[in-house]
Design a protein around this ligand. Structure first.
Ligand SMILES: NC(=O)c1ccc[n+]([C@@H]2O[C@H](COP(=O)([O-])OP(=O)(O)OC[C@H]3O[C@@H](n4cnc5c(N)ncnc54)[C@H](OP(=O)(O)O)[C@@H]3O)[C@@H](O)[C@H]2O)c1
Length: 356
């Protein structure tokens, strides 16, 4: 049984009292209409876990996948066959440590942290200690909550799968999306010449975060131009492997990060598996990405953020009670930056001030 310590209650009290909190919960798969704002019991933490008093939660496409249960493959992978196993939605989090499990040595009550956990669309969330890091000192909680999944996916795609090098020509397909915003900035921090692909209304934003060149996908297909790229990150999934390979240099690297095509059953996995099969037989490197959270990468993102090389872009913030609207907007609203749920009033105010 986990031992916990909390600022205003002993561990025994914390575990005995089913202290209630507000959260966004769901009992069936479906659209954002399946989400409800409800009072539920605060989570209990395990020996390697941290209880985070949530200040802000980042909304990302993974939340939409868990909400809908699509692609169906993820239900078989353990998210719950008929309904989501975990009732409280949300993963990405920034907040203050409220309690720590008995094996946790790196954090103590009162530390400001960011990372990923279980059920961050709530007043309290639990997170494994190895998926958290100290919050960047120069960011608000709302800004810090935008980083976790999107930014480490971008980092691992460029550095681990892509082997990015200074001076390379890098193409970011989906440059205006959650992952793309960070991929553009991180590729610049690695010294690359960056081209971002996005829609017309987002070109200025993609330029403003550092892209050297921007292609408007509504007017031009990068695949039909003469330019060849050393590294392509594809977050969209609407080009075939052959089309993407045509835009690569003869020894270039393609990293398939995601894409919402491919059908309800397996999503974009089919294209990624084809890339793995083809790669050994061609000079180009074709990679799929399976990004995993870890403290070292969060720490790296903290350093880059504090050095001014990565700056979060927030489109909208929503109060916790409007969590369903936040997820709906992420999927249907074509956001111009990240969506954040602010759980404490002060964070909502500071998020608005920082966004102008
Ligand atoms: N491999 C992994 O470990 C991993 C981890 C996390 C996420 N992912 C996947 O990565 C993908 C991207 O995630 P995300 O959070 O960045 O999603 P997102 O925020 O929904 O961004 C998608 C972006 O793609 C843009 N877009 C749509 N059609 C386009 C086109 N033809 N060309 C260029 N851009 C286009 C959209 O812009 P408009 O709104 O202007 O159309 C939007 O900005 C998702 O499929 C997600 O599941 C994979």
């Amino acid at each position: 049984m986990a031992t916990t310590t909390a600022p205003h209650s002993t561990s025994t009290e914390l575990n005995r009292q089913a202290t209630m909190m507000q959260a966004i919960v769901q009992d069936r798969y479906g659209s954002a209409d399946a989400l409800e704002f409800q009072a539920v019991a605060q989570p209990q933490i395990g020996d390697d876990e941290v209880l985070v008093r949530v200040h802000a939660a980042g909304v990302q496409i993974g939340d939409w996948h868990v909400m809908t249960g699509q692609p169906y493959l993820m239900r078989i992978m353990g998210f719950g066959f008929r309904a989501p196993k975990a009732r409280v939605r949300g993963m990405d989090v920034a907040g203050i440590v409220a309690a720590v499990g008995q094996n946790v040595t790196g954090f103590q009550v009162g530390d400001e942290v960011f990372g990923t956990g279980d059920g961050s669309f709530a007043e309290y969330a639990r997170a494994r200690a190895n998926k958290l890091a100290p919050k960047p000192a120069n960011l608000t909680f709302a800004q810090a909550a935008t980083l976790p999944t999107s930014a480490w996916v971008a980092l691992q795609a460029l550095r681990n799968a892509g082997g990015i090098k200074p001076g390379q020509k890098v193409l970011i397909v989906g440059a205006s999306g959650g992952v793309g915003i960070f991929a553009v900035q991180l590729a610049k921090s690695f010294g690359a010449d960056v081209t971002g692909v996005c829609s017309t209304t987002k070109m200025d934003m993609v330029r403003s975060i550092g892209a050297d060149h921007v292609i408007d996908y509504t007017h031009e297909d990068f695949n039909r131009g003469r330019q060849r790229y050393d590294l392509i990150l594809d977050m969209v999934g609407n080009h075939s492997l052959a089309q993407l390979r045509r835009a690569l240099t003869p020894r270039g690297t393609l990293v398939l990060v995601g894409g919402e095509g491919g059908g309800r059953l397996i999503g974009g996995v089919g294209r990624s598996l084809r890339a793995l099969v083809v790669s050994p037989f061609v000079n180009q490197r074709l990679r799929m990405l399976l990004a995993l959270a870890n403290t070292a990468d969060l720490q790296k993102l903290k350093e880059l953020t504090e050095a001014g090389q990565v700056t979060p872009v927030i489109d909208r913030t929503y109060p916790l009670s409007e969590g369903p609207a936040a997820v709906r907007y992420l999927h249907e609203g074509h956001p111009r930056g990240k969506i954040v749920i602010t759980v404490r009033d002060a964070d909502r105010r500071s998020a608005h001030e920082n966004n102008g």
